[in-house]
Design a binder for this molecule. Structure first.
Ligand SMILES: Nc1ncnc2c1ncn2[C@@H]1O[C@H](COP(=O)(O)OP(=O)(O)OP(=O)(O)O)[C@@H](O)[C@H]1O
Ligand SMILES: [Mg+2]
Length: 434
């Protein structure tokens, strides 16, 4: 039927080629059939005869849109919109053009304008597009706030750390000295930054000293664990790793503390493809292959050095591997002094309490102090009088805490005894001999 009608009209048009209403009816029928290739010709012919017919221009713009000639369509619409700024039909078509041209922001402006004019405006494709995009923006905001969550400016410094002299020396050599003597380092062409890997039993100050390092040099501190990174935006671990390193590069000088390095570790051959990608990405970021890591001290930490991929230990990566042991007698003394500083105490026999806490980690010492303080608080509630801590209170509290590092040493001893290639676990063996 329609076809008959169309061919009849086309026939009629041959006899009266200047009959514009007739030609437009032909074009409409073609549009209806989706035959935009032919309707384009009809509109162009009308415009040749009536160059200022805006209605026809609108229909030609629509025709171009359907022929995927988005730029051509847009040029016509821009022209029409100049005189008819609030025409939602034009705005909508232009919005769709801009989306196709991937000018998302411009398209969004048109969309917002339409909604502004007509608050009941509904057009499912566009609504969805921009609602989804709103979500996308929320995601971006979330990513930014996640990043902010990892970044801080620590107030503690090396004075807050008891013992750990070897770690302090190593960090000093690797980051503090270089920052103090930048010119010297530059003169020798030596880069500032690099990686240190801390390993040892839990609670012995790995996180604490990394944080204090940042405080010591007034640098930013980025604290992430590999498991955080793997979880952050699931399925996106390579991107996550990159984002975190980029955050570090923007925040120099900074100490980037990466906990649970072993989560990436387990020998590359034995892990899934996904993980291999993450490891390779991590190594690339660490090497700063496409970027500059100058001014970033990467401090990695793990309880399980034996799960670390050997590739991590190459020069330029974690080239210093440091055992963070439980504090020795002297270190325990100084940790107690730091922890009891500014607390109400009588004269404390620090040597005595240090001797009674053999095998304790820093965290265990802190737990003992907590218990002693809680007990004192309870006693003080009775009469409201502050009762200073005594040596005996602390000794009693120490008895309530079991040193938490034993289990770790049981495992570590096996590795140190049976797979101590290149003497990597010598520090553990030395510690166990003491
Ligand atoms: N050398 C130290 N001087 C002062 N405080 C310490 C020291 N070592 C540990 N602490 C205290 O113990 C707490 C736990 O230490 P930290 O979190 O750094 O341990 P960790 O080695 O990172 O443990 P994990 O392997 O479980 O992450 C610290 O917050 C701090 O209060
Ligand atoms: Mg830690």
């Amino acid at each position: 039927m329609q076809n008959d009608l169309l061919s009849n009209l086309l026939e009629a048009l041959k006899f009266s080629p200047n009959n514009i209403p007739l030609r437009l009816q032909v074009a409409s029928l073609m549009d209806e059939k989706g035959d935009y290739i032919n309707s384009e010709d009809q509109y162009l012919e009308v415009l040749r005869q009536e160059p200022t017919n805006d209605l026809v221009k609108t229909r030609l713009a629509n025709c171009y849109y359907n022929l995927a000639k988005y730029s051509a369509s847009s040029i016509i619409l821009e022209d029409l919109l100049e005189n008819d700024t609030n025409n939602t039909e034009l705005l909508e078509l232009e919005c769709q053009n801009q989306l196709k041209l991937e000018n998302f922001e411009i398209a969004k402006e048109y969309y917002l304008k339409i909604i502004d004019i007509d608050e009941n405006y509904i057009k499912e494709e566009l609504d969805q597009e921009f609602r989804i995009s709103k979500k996308h923006e929320e995601n971006l905001a979330q990513i930014e706030s996640d990043k902010a969550h990892f970044l801080s400016k620590p107030k503690i410094n090396f004075y807050d750390i008891g013992g750990m002299d070897n770690v302090k020396d190593e960090i000093s050599l690797k980051i503090i000295k270089p920052l103090e003597h930048q010119d010297l380092y530059k003169a020798y062409g030596k880069k500032i930054g690099g990686g240190i890997l801390l390993y040892g039993p839990p609670g012995c100050g790995k996180t604490f000293i990394a944080k204090a390092t940042a405080g010591e040099i007034n640098a930013n501190f980025i604290n992430v664990s590999i498991n955080d990174i793997l979880d952050m935006w699931i399925g996106n671990s390579e991107k996550n790793l990159h984002e975190i390193f980029e955050l570090a590069r923007r925040s120099t000088p900074c100490v980037m503390f990466i906990d649970e390095i072993d989560a990436l570790g387990a020998s590359r051959t034995s892990t899934s493809n996904n993980q291999t990608n993450s490891i390779n990405q991590f190594l690339a970021e660490l090497d700063g292959i496409n970027s500059d890591n100058e001014g970033i001290l990467v401090v990695g930490a793990t309880n399980m050095l034996w799960n670390i991929d050997p590739a991590f230990k190459r020069p330029g990566r974690f080239d210093r591997i440091i055992f963070v042991s439980p504090p020795d007698l002297k270190a325990r003394e100084s940790i107690f002094k730091i922890m009891l500083n500014e607390k109400p105490t009588e004269k404390i026999d620090f040597t005595k309490i240090a001797k009674s806490s053999e095998g304790f980690s820093g965290a265990d010492l802190s737990a003992a102090i907590d218990i002693a303080i809680e007990n004192k608080l309870k006693a003080s509630f009775k009469d409201g009088v502050v009762k200073p801590l005594k040596t005996k209170d602390i000794i009693n509290a120490i008895k309530k805490v079991a040193p938490s590092t034993k289990e770790w040493f049981n495992t570590a001893k096996n590795y140190a005894t049976y797979s101590n290639e290149s003497g990597i676990y010598n520090d553990i063996l030395d510690y166990l001999k003491k």
